[in-house]
Design a protein around this ligand. Sequence first.
Ligand code: DLL
Length: 432
Amino acid sequence: MIWDRKIECASRDEMHKIQSTRLNAMVERIYKHVPFYTKKLDEKGIKPGDITDVSQLQYLPFTEKNDLRDNYPFGLFTVPQEEIVRIHASSGTTGKPTVVGYTKHDIDIWTEVVARSLTMAHIGKHDILQIAYGYGLFTGGLGLHYGAERVGASVIPISGGNTAKQITLLEDFKSTVLACTPSYAAYLGEAIKKNQINPKHIALKTGVFGAEPWTEELRNEIQQLLSIEAFDIYGLSEVIGPGVSMECKHHCGNHIFEDHFIPEIIDPETLEVLPYGEIGELVFTPVSKEAMPLLRYRTRDLTRLHAETCACGRTLVRMEKCLGRSDDMLIIRGVNVFPSQIESILLEIPETSPHYLLIVSREKNLDSLEIQVEIAEAYWSDEIKDLENIRKKISNAVSSILGLTASIKIVEPQSIARSEGKAKRVIDNRKI
Ligand code: DLL
């Protein structure tokens, strides 16, 4: 159990002191060692010693994904290559991948924050943890791995995919915790049901799911399918990987490990810092990392922060479940829609399954949205009338809740392609 009460239950003043000291040292380091930041800080007339308090964060320049690409591969590293012990990368959709490096000390911090995360879900040495996040350049597998060992769990590094083997190990090794993307958890749950595995042979009790947006409705679905308690873990490779924040047993937002990653919410248009409680873009300044600390990294994730003490006793600022990424927002005939809003609507309807695809097209300058949705196995019918009734139900819900007319296409169970990692929910033909 790794619960650093002195830090996780610190008063706001104590936390600000820790953050201020670390920020001051970090700005000095990057000014000295990273020409990109020397230039950015000089442009703003900021000298390293000027930043003595975390309240001055708002005056510092932002860093964006493109800055990482422009400095590909190692241009933002603060330390010589001899000190780098690990390199990860995230592929993204276009261009070069974004590369992140870690020193031994950075791996220790990562291990610590993932261990603190797993402790929030009461995961420890009595657990057998099946890690079905991908191992490799993606940070999910290895990120979870070290923290899970630190809390003393027995780790099964099975990596993503190979559903038949996942189920065999769940049965034979009696895994108590499953870590993977929520979409893969839903798929695995369905596969267990379809293969008529005796639920008594499965010992799972906890899920650690993240790496993609997922709704409360999907949580309920997965919890029922797998008879587990599902926890949200959030992170991004540029900041460290999984373990930037995690939910505790009270499930009221993810606690951010703000002693290492200082969060802000900004208005993505004006770039002004917004107060707690307001929705905007999440920005992180990882202050204690050695190899690649970043100033005010713009995540593009939209959420809001809360600073009230949680019932678990932790004072760490909490972030709500991400609504989605600003670049995933669809604008269809002037209506702004996030895939997560459609997911919520679909999963409120019992006849649907958690597998859907949004296809956006443009014809004669007019945008249209098609929602392909799989029907739950139990409701699949040969009667056109039955399917038509379900289709109408979905169509009415989408238009009354989102004010959007979408064409609904009901598809057979198991027909939408499954992903072993992050699910692909949207095909935007307008961008092709
Ligand atoms: O997805 C790290 C990770 C691995 C997190 C395993 C949790 C579990 P990237 O590939 O760099 O890193 O993608 C980061 O994924 O900016 C969010 O848009 C999204 N994301 C990650 N976790 C969540 C979550 C990993 N819990 C990007 N809820 C982030 C919603 C999430 N979105």
